[in-house]
Design a protein around this ligand. Sequence first.
Ligand code: ATP
Ligand code: MG
Length: 222
Amino acid sequence: MIKIENVSKKYKNKERIISVLDNVNYEFEANKLYCIIGKSGAGKTTLIEILGLLLDFDSGKILINQKDVSSLSDNEKSIMRNKNFGFVFQSYYLNPLMKAYENVMLPMYLDKSINNNQRKEKAFKLLSQVDLKDREKHFPKELSGGEQQRVAIARALANNPDIILADEPTGALDTENAINILNILKELSKQGKCVIVVSHDDRVKEYADIVLKIEDKKIKEA
Ligand SMILES: Nc1ncnc2c1ncn2[C@@H]1O[C@H](COP(=O)(O)OP(=O)(O)OP(=O)(O)O)[C@@H](O)[C@H]1O
Ligand SMILES: [Mg+2]
């Protein structure tokens, strides 16, 4: 599904160069829930941003369904992203001025084959899938943290992506909400998606098919 080959990443600023990933290789498959662990600063967010075509890297390749996407233009990458990926990032806030269903509709605007009524209908359906029936017209500030996270998941699913990338999706949630989110992510992997979750949270490990650890600039099976 998504494969990285010999990927290396260094951050450079004026004072220093920080090498985060060094010749990393891994193939992520469909139908699986991956949990990526590692110390703070190990490079988990860096890896997930590279996988999501959000961050450039220094050398190596990324292949999505055997197609090398590393040398696509920014515009081609953003089309690829919109079509293939769903993102559930803590830093990817919901738009506070939009109702829940409007947030979920956002990624659908790039798909010109459907009209607004169809987008809205789809948004309502996705919200009911994450158990947010009757919250469709709430603004983010009128939702709990767990509910907001579920809106973010519904939005991530808007274009029916094959790959779901989640960075600490349960970080701010209590046990009940965390388990709810994990069940949704697990279900998506069983439906055939490749779900990759970065987490310090031991609860996530229990749900994962494969636990990966980033350590010493490499990915290892934990
Ligand atoms: N834009 C940047 N410029 C310079 N250094 C950076 C930049 N972004 C991240 N780093 C450094 O790269 C390393 C890896 O960062 P990353 O965010 O991937 O870690 P992480 O494993 O996600 O950590 P955490 O668990 O704390 O979220 C860290 O040492 C960080 O300081
Ligand atoms: Mg991080």
